[in-house]
Structures are given as C-alpha cells and as structure tokens.
Design a protein around this ligand. Structure first.
Ligand SMILES: [Zn+2]
Length: 439
C-alpha cells in the first residue's frame, strides 16, 4: 500500500475516547485514511516510502474541528445589524437577506464563511441556508465537508420558494448527494416558531426516507418558548418530541431555555444539542444549561452560528466559552472540563453528522481530517498540558496546516484550492449594496 503522507514529530492530541496524547508522534495516511498513528520513531519506515512527509515539530496535531451550527453565507451581513434582541434583529436581517441574496450571492457568502472556517481548522460544518446547492458548491471549492439540505420555512422566505418547491428541492438534494463522502444530506426546517407542525413532519419524512440528518433551531429565546407554547400548548422540546422529531439523527441549535424534563427528553431520545455560546451571549438569548445537559447524558456539540450574530466564525472562541462561561455562571470550577469542551468540538460533532465511525478523532481507519497548530508562540509556552492549551489559549490564527481526507487544503495559513483574494474583492464590491439595505 502506498503511503501518501506521514506527519511526524508533533504533539498528537488524538481526541479519542481515552483522550490519548502522544508527546512526539504522528500519523501515516493512505487513500485519505489514517493507516498508522503512534510515536514518531515507529513511523520512520512509513516515512521512508511516503510521497509526502511533514515535520510537525513545534505543532499540535489534532482532528479537524466540527462546527455543528452555522449559516456561512450570512457572513455577508457581518456587523450590519447590532445590539437588538433576536426577534427584532431577525426582522432586519431578513429584510437585508431578501434584498441581497440569490444563488450567486449565497455562493459568494458561503465561500467567505467556509474560507474563514477552513483556515481556522474547521473541517466539517453543519450549515443551514437558503440555497443548499450553492452551499455545497462553495464547500467543495475550498475543500470542506458540509452537512446541509433543503430548508423549510412557512411563507415565501428569502428565496421566494413555495412549499412544493421546498419539497422538490429537498428531495433533489438527497438524490444529488447520495453516497457522497463530503456531504451529509439533511433537511433543515428553520424552527418550530417559523415552521408549522405539518411542514416539520414533511421535512422529517423526506430525511427519514433517505436516511439523512435533521436540524432546526430550538428554544433559543424565552419569546420563542412563549410563542410556541401559545400556539401549540407545549414547550418547544415537548412539541418536537410529540411530533416524533427527536432522535440521534437530530441536532437542535441553541436549547438555551430548557426545564429538567426537557433535558431528560433530549437525553432519552439521543438528540444532539448544538451549543452556540457566542451567539447566545451577543443576542442576549441567555446561557444554556450545558453542565446539567452533560450530567443528564445529553450529547452536546459546539457551533458558531452565523457571523451576523457572532461576528465571526470562531470555533476556538466557542471552545473557550464552552469551557469558561458555565464555570462563571454556576460558580463551579468543574462545571465543564477541558476534555468535555474539546469533545464537543470534535467527537460530538462527528456523532451529530452520523460519522462517529470515521471523523472526530485521530484513530487508525478514520478519515485523515486533521490540523496542525503552531505552538511556538508566546501564548503557548510553557505547555504542561496540550489540551489545556487548545481549550484556553489557542487562537484561530495559530492553525498552520489543514488536511481533509488526507488532502492539504490549508498550507502555511493559505488555502490551497481557492484564491481568497477573489472572494474578498467580490465581497468588497457587493458591500455598498448590502449597507444600503438598512440605510
Ligand atoms: Zn442559527
């Protein structure tokens, strides 16, 4: 078997179940998968015949991060609407989106968002947006894996689609990407307050038919809880549970406002919660009960949400907040451990994608989605524990190299497949029109 790549001399943080760390180690990769992982000395034979050898000295090698909730193309609207609570904020955002978005601008925005994510070490993203085919096109151009699919939204929405259009395009999406290893097809209704029960069930039926994923916003604000309670007589999570929408293929973004019974429902059904601490803080939504969810056995993954509520797509910030915010809020220093936080950004994200068998950790047989982080930096020394460094002091600009399926998609902090300047120039050209939407 030809060895395509060996990375050696790195500090390997595998993020496996045992939280294995190898102080001087690396991996060998063939056909996009990890064929060997261990001490550098044990990799010498593979390195001797490898097509490509990367010296990882001065770097941490770890699995690529998995962003479990994003709207990459919304990066076009970064900083446009500020300091409003979710509901009036959404009205302004939808006005701006309606004026600007079409397949071309969605593609441009997705390129912008995915470039930022990939450069910062995110190798897979769950992304909900109006033109999912364009989302996939952009992800493939930069070289990132993506979970997306037909969006459901009662009324015309930004794309002006009818319900029949939405059903047809959701079906077509599954047919287009059946069997793809870089796309995890899903249906993505916007939320229980914007999509009625019948259409939620329709979205679910489509994804069930194809064995896909299901993701929606849920229990983000108190106002949303009151809205859903008023319409359907039960809280958001109970409502979704009554409709039989919760299981291990479902990811719910936010889940900020939950009672104990709702947490128990999420644990019982195996639903993944995507925790988006930056978005929840900035939109004044609240602080999710993550320590209680973890204690109850809920699977918690991590997300950035869109850059209009962020204002960037920084999984390292999300990671640091996941490990610090709940300590402050609960006044318990053990509220969320570094290993729990790192697990949210890696293994739990892989589970949310239905890909725990091939993503989320560096292990023999898994896909070679991996990143190298420069630790020859003043904020990285001394480094007594690499996991502590990753969670509490790594910045996205520390990410030097990124591999997806063994292919190097970021080299020395530069995208290899895509010319970033083209995207930046196109966004600059569009910016005056975007600004005019709220003028
Ligand atoms: Zn969102």
């Amino acid at each position: 078997m030809t060895v395509d790549l060996v990375v050696k001399n790195a500090i390997v943080v595998t993020c496996d179940e045992e939280q294995t760390v190898i102080q001087n180690g690396g991996v060998a990769v063939s056909n996009g998968r990890i064929t060997q992982i261990g001490e550098s000395a044990a990799l010498e034979q593979a390195a001797g015949s490898a097509r490509n050898v990367l010296d990882g000295s001065g770097h941490i090698l770890m699995p690529g991060l998995i962003n479990s909730h994003c709207h990459a193309a919304d990066s076009l609207f970064r900083g446009l609407v500020e300091d409003l609570p979710l509901e009036p904020w959404l009205q302004k955002v939808w006005t701006a989106e309606g004026a600007i978005l079409n397949p071309q601008t969605s593609h441009l925005g997705s390129l912008l968002g995915f470039s930022e994510l990939l450069l910062s070490g995110v190798t897979s993203t769950m992304d909900m947006f109006w033109y999912p085919m364009e989302t996939v096109r952009a992800a493939r151009e930069v070289g990132m894996r993506v979970s997306t699919g037909g969006i459901f939204f009662d009324g015309p929405g930004v794309d002006g689609a009818t319900l029949d259009d939405r059903i047809a395009s959701a079906e077509a999406f599954f047919e287009a990407f059946a069997g793809a290893d870089d796309v995890f097809p899903a249906t993505m209704p916007h939320g229980a307050y914007t999509v009625g029960p019948e259409n939620l069930e329709t979205a679910r039926d489509i994804t069930d038919k194809h064995g896909g994923l299901f993701s929606t916003h849920a229990a983000e604000t108190k106002a949303e809880q009151a809205d859903v309670e008023g319409r359907y007589g039960s809280s958001v999570i109970r409502h979704l549970d009554h409709l039989d929408l919760l299981d291990e293929r479902t990811t719910l973004a936010h889940c900020v406002h939950l009672d104990d019974e709702e947490i128990a429902i999420l644990a019982r059904t195996g639903t993944t919660v995507s925790h988006n601490p930056m978005s929840n803080l900035k939109l004044a939504s609240g602080i999710a009960r993550i320590p209680d969810m973890l204690a109850a056995g809920v699977h918690v993954a991590l997300g950035t949400d869109g850059a209009i509520s962020g204002n960037d797509l920084d999984m390292w910030m999300a990671l640091r907040l996941a490990a610090t915010l709940h300590k402050g809020a609960s006044q318990r220093a053990d509220a969320v451990s570094t290993h729990q936080a790192l697990g949210m950004a890696t293994r739990s994200g892989a589970r949310a994608l239905g890909a725990a068998d091939r993503l989320g950790s560096l292990e023999k047989g898994k896909l070679a989605d991996m990143i190298l982080i420069d630790v020859k930096r003043p904020h990285a020394v001394p480094m007594f524990d690499p996991v502590t460094h990753l969670v509490y002091s790594t910045a996205k600009s520390d990410v030097r190299h990124v591999f997806v399926g063994g292919e190097q998609v970021v080299r020395d902090g530069v995208l290899t497949r895509h010319t970033l300047d083209d995207t930046l120039n196109a966004v600059a050209e569009l910016a005056p029109r975007i600004a005019a939407t709220v003028a």
